[in-house]
Design a protein around this ligand. Structure first.
Ligand code: NAG
Ligand code: NAG
Length: 145
């Protein structure tokens, strides 16, 4: 346990210095999604000079209809996806200017509380020649209808 929390704070400390973060290309902030329906989450991984090896992403949804959103590093909520992350350039016409990314089609649980929800992502990767373990989190807000 202690090892993991030490590893966690190390990752937090280093990600703020190394700015090669992934980010959410979609959905846009305040996008409305009906409970029980599918939506696309696009996780961008801008190309960087320093090599990195992908480990995983976790994509989760947390209602903040009645409480302020706590931020994805504090609480992720309902996990919609937990698995490999394989960002790629697209070759389809009109999309070649996009950064390397992966799209995930996910479903808002049908019983999910309506209102604002934090769409949080945790991204784990190995950085550089030293293969240092990194954890970063980021989020947008969607509106569940
Ligand atoms: C991912 O989704 C975006 C936005 O909908 C789209 O422009 C892009 O072509 C998609 N990428 C792939 C690989 O399908
Ligand atoms: C709580 C939290 O981390 N909220 C962030 C969600 O994402 C927006 C947009 O990037 C940030 O401004 C918030 O700080």
């Amino acid at each position: 346990m202690r090892f993991f929390s030490a590893l966690f704070s190390l990752a937090i400390a280093t990600t703020s210095v190394v700015s090669q973060s992934a980010n959410l290309g979609a959905p846009a902030d305040m996008t409305q999604v009906a409970a029980g329906s599918d939506f696309t989450v696009m996780v961008d991984r801008p190309d960087t000079l320093t090599g990195s090896i992908e480990v995983a992403v976790v994509i989760a949804l947390l209602s903040c209809a009645s409480n302020p959103c706590p931020g994805p590093s504090a609480e992720l909520g309902t996990v919609l996806y937990n698995g490999p992350f394989n960002p790629q350039f697209t070759t389809e016409p009109g999309t070649t200017n996009l950064p390397p990314h992966e799209n995930f089609t996910l479903t808002v649980p049908s019983s999910f509380t309506k209102g604002n929800a934090q769409l949080g992502v945790a991204h784990v990767y190995l950085l550089g020649a030293s293969v240092s373990p990194e954890l970063e989190t980021f989020n947008t807000t969607i509106v569940v209808t």
